[in-house]
Design a protein around this ligand. Structure first.
Ligand code: GDP
Ligand code: IMO
Ligand code: MG
Length: 428
C-alpha cells in the first residue's frame, strides 16, 4: 500500500492527528500537503499530550520522515519554535524535509489577515489570524515568496519589494496602518536561512523515488472537506485544497499513485469560525457535546460550534475525496444519550434535499431532517473489537456506514493511542 491520503470529512478537528499517529509506526513518510499553522492536531501518547500545528503529526513516530510539501504555507519562526518545543521533549525532529517550493508566511500576511477580518465586520470568516489566506492569495497572484527565495538575497529583495509595493498602498490608504519596509522583511527572512537550508529539498523528487523503492507514504490533510476552497462552504473556508486531490497538487505525487483515501469523521459535528452548519445546536445539547467532547480549538482556544452528525456531509465527502475507508472518532463522547439524532437529509424551503446543495443560499436555508437512533449508557472506552461495543452503539455505526456509502474501518473510543476499534486494516 504505497501512497495513502488521510483527510477530514467535516469542518476539521475530526481527530486526524490521532489517526495519523495510529498509522505512524507502519509508514515511512508523513507528508503535509496543504494549509499551515492554522491546523491544530492533538495527539496523546501515554501520559504525554502534543499539540501540532505546522508540522505533520507523523513527526511523533520514530523513524518516519516528516515532509512539509509544496502546497503548504510556512511561517518559519513558528516552524522553528515547534521544532524546538518537540526537541526539548525528546522527539527526534532531525529528518524533517521542507519543499523549496512551499510559500512563506511573512509579517505582512499576518497583518493583512487580521485587518481584513476587522474590515469585514459582520461578514468576517473567523480565520485563525495566522496569515494563511493572504499568503495563498499572493501565491495565486504570482507575488508570493517561496522557501527557495530565502537563499538568494538579490531575488528575495526584489520579490519582497514588488509584493510590498501593492500592500503598502492597501495598508496605508485603506486600512490606515503603517507601511512595512522591505528591509525589515528581508532581514527577518534572511536570519532563518542558515538553519533552514539543510531541511530544504526537492520533496516531489524525494517522495516519488521513495514510492519507486516501495516505501509507504501517508499524506496528512490539514483542515477538512467542508473547509476546502473549491468544495467547502465558500467563502467560509480556508484558502487551500484540503480534499484528497490537494495531496497530488500539494506534493508533486501524481493521482494515479494514490491507492487509498481515508476520511476521518467525528460521531457528531463541530465547526470553528463562521459559516453555515445545518445541524448546529444552540441549546443545552450543544453545550453538553462541547463539554463532553472537550471541543475547544487547539490553535486559537475558541469554543467549537457543535451539532449532530450530518450524513449528507459524510456522503458528500465520500464522493469528493474518493473515500475508501472512514475512521469514525469520538463515539465515546455520545455515551449517556438516550436518543441520538442524525441528519439524513435537509429541508430546503419546503423541499426535501438528500445531497449537500450546490447553492450557497440553499445550504444556508437547509434545515436538518433527523432520524433518531437509540443511545447506550455503558462505558465504551475499553472496547477494542466491534463486538465489545453495546448493540445500540454497533447499530449507530452501521447506520452511519450505510448512509455514507463507504466502509467504517476504525472507530475511536477515547483520545489515547490505543483507544480504537479496528474493523478493517487501514493499510492492507
Ligand atoms: P485534528 O485537527 O483533526 O487532528 O483534530 P484535533 O486534534 O483538533 O481534535 C480532536 C480531539 O479529539 C483531540 O483532542 C484528540 O485527542 C481527541 N480525540 C481523537 N479521537 C478521539 C476519540 O475517539 N475519542 C475521544 N474522546 N477523543 C478523541
Ligand atoms: P485542523 O487541521 C478547524 C477554519 C477557521 C476559519 C476558516 C479560515 O485542526 O482540522 P484560516 O485561518 O484557515 O484562513 O481560517 O477555517 N479553520 C479550521 N477549523 N480546524 C482546522 O484545522 C482549521 N483551520 C482553519 O476557523 O473558519
Ligand atoms: Mg484540529
Amino acid at each position: 500500500m504505497p501512497a495513502v491520503v488521510l483527510i477530514g470529512a467535516q469542518w476539521g478537528d475530526e481527530g486526524k492527528g490521532k489517526a495519523t499517529d495510529l498509522l505512524g509506526s507502519r509508514v515511512d513518510y508523513v507528508v503535509k500537503f496543504n494549509g499551515g499553522n492554522n491546523a491544530g492536531h492533538t495527539v496523546v501518547v501515554g501520559d504525554e499530550k502534543y499539540a501540532l500545528h505546522l508540522l505533520p503529526s507523523g513527526i511523533l513516530s520514530p523513524g518516519v520522515v516528516p515532509v512539509i510539501a509544496n502546497g503548504v504555507v510556512v511561517d518559519i519562526e513558528v516552524l522553528f519554535n515547534e521544532l524546538d518545543a518537540l526537541s526539548a521533549r525528546g522527539v527526534d525532529v532531525s529528518r524533517l524535509l521542507v519543499s523549496a517550493n512551499a510559500h512563506v508566511i511573512t509579517h505582512y500576511h499576518r497583518t493583512i489577515d487580521r485587518v481584513t477580518e476587522r474590515f469585514l465586520g459582520k461578514r468576517q470568516i473567523g480565520t485563525t489570524g495566522r496569515g494563511i489566506g493572504p499568503t495563498y492569495a499572493d501565491k495565486i497572484n504570482r507575488v508570493g515568496i517561496r522557501v527557495q527565495d530565502i537563499f538568494d538575497e538579490g531575488i528575495l529583495r526584489q520579490k519582497v519589494e514588488g509584493a510590498l509595493e501593492q500592500k503598502n498602498h492597501l495598508l496605508l490608504k485603506i486600512y490606515n496602518r503603517r507601511a512595512i519596509s522591505t528591509e525589515e522583511i528581508v532581514d527577518d527572512l534572511l536570519s532563518y536561512a542558515d538553519r533552514l537550508r539543510p531541511m530544504v529539498s526537492d520533496t516531489s523528487l524525494e517522495l516519488n523515488r521513495a514510492l519507486e523503492a516501495g516505501r509507504t507514504v501517508l499524506f496528512e490533510g490539514g483542515q477538512a472537506t467542508m473547509l476546502d476552497v473549491d468544495h467547502g462552504t465558500y467563502p467560509f473556508v480556508t484558502s487551500s485544497n484540503a480534499t484528497s486531490g490537494g495531496a497530488a497538487t500539494g506534493s508533486g505525487v501524481a493521482p494515479n499513485r494514490i491507492d487509498r483515501v481515508i476520511a476521518v469523521v467525528k460521531a457528531y459535528t463541530t465547526r470553528v469560525g463562521a459559516g453555515p452548519f445545518p445541524t448546529e445546536l444552540h441549546d443545552e445539547s450543544g453545550e453538553w457535546l462541547r463539554g463532553r467532547g472537550f471541543e475547544f480549538g487547539t490553535t486559537t482556544g475558541r469554543p467549537r460550534r457543535t451539532g449532530w452528525y450530518d450524513a449528507p456531509i459524510a456522503r458528500y465527502s465520500a464522493r469528493i475525496n474518493g473515500v475508501t475507508d472512514f475512521v469514525l472518532t469520538k463515539l465515546d463522547v455520545l455515551t449517556g444519550l438516550e436518543r441520538i439524532p442524525v441528519a439524513v437529509a435537509y429541508d430546503v424551503d419546503g423541499r426535501r434535499v438528500d445531497e449537500v446543495p450546490v447553492s450557497q443560499s440553499d445550504f444556508h436555508h437547509a434545515k436538518p431532517i433527523y432520524e433518531e437512533f437509540e443511545g447506550w449508557s455503558e462505558d465504551i472506552s475499553g472496547a477494542r473489537e466491534f463486538g465489545d461495543l453495546p448493540k445500540a452503539a454497533q447499530d449507530y455505526v452501521l447506520a452511519l456506514e450505510e448512509m455514507s456509502g463507504s466502509r467504517f474501518s476504525a472507530i475511536g473510543v477515547g483520545p489515547d493511542r490505543d483507544a480504537i476499534v479496528v474493523r478493517h486494516d487501514l493499510l492492507d
